[in-house]
Design a protein around this ligand. Sequence first.
Ligand code: FMN
Length: 273
Amino acid sequence: MFTVNVKKCIGCGRCVKDCFASDIEMIDGKAHIKNEACIKCGHCIAICPKDAVSTDEYSMKDVLPYDKKDFEIDADTLLNFIRFRRSVRQFKDKEVSEKKILKIIEAGRFTQTARNLQEVSYTVVKEGLRKLEGLALESLKAKGEFILGDENLKDEQLKRYAASWIKMYEHFQGSPDKKGGLFFNAPLVIVVSANSDVNGSLASSNMELMAAALGLGTFFSGFFVRASKGDKKLRDFLEIKEGHEIVTCMVIGYPDVKYHRTVPRKEAEVVWK
Ligand SMILES: Cc1cc2nc3c(=O)[nH]c(=O)nc-3n(C[C@H](O)[C@H](O)[C@H](O)COP(=O)(O)O)c2cc1C
């Protein structure tokens, strides 16, 4: 339930005006939350000038008062940060602390979701990395053989990928003590699953920026996501919830590579009307 402390409420109506679900009414000059259509977005908590709104559904410790010096990023710095981020595929032989892993997940947790459903889950894989890689490569090998067996397929890039999956699988089988090529030599993978691709992707994007801010490197393994499609063994191993799909697989570790500059990109295709 979301509630208004009537002793603190000054009846300014800001929460009523900003409530997307129109779930707040004024009664005798005080805001009253009906908790009928409420989507628990927390705008009423954030907007109240008197800190009169609270909930027992989430931890109120999540609520931080705004302080310009801690909450603002200069736009040019932000853009530079986005521009300088790279997919990292070379990692140091160094563990990532639980504190940093949890901070990356916090960046996902505070990302917006459609209807504020917050149906995004995270599976952190460290000890089980070789097992996970084995399962994924088994799946990719089968998918690769299927692709290469299709004589009508014209996608040469996909055929190259398919051949590389089979090679990776064989390499992995031949070196039981080592990691294969799928996750390079990363110490950690976070698999993001969600009820919607958009929700999972938005969370993942913020998580990647957080990883970079923590001095870590990441790449998204599309190969892994492809491996997971329709693969019950992988889903079960990762404990993916019913109704969730694996959206991203973030391969994370300390970068063993240094970039000296940003990279060029295609011009943006923009339509102005
Ligand atoms: C959805 C998605 C899937 C990707 N899959 C892989 C992958 O399977 N293996 C890999 O090495 N890189 C993968 N990448 C990384 C891209 O190759 C990389 O983002 C792109 O080449 C641009 O390089 P940058 O990230 O350094 O800017 C993936 C990226 C995205 C966004």
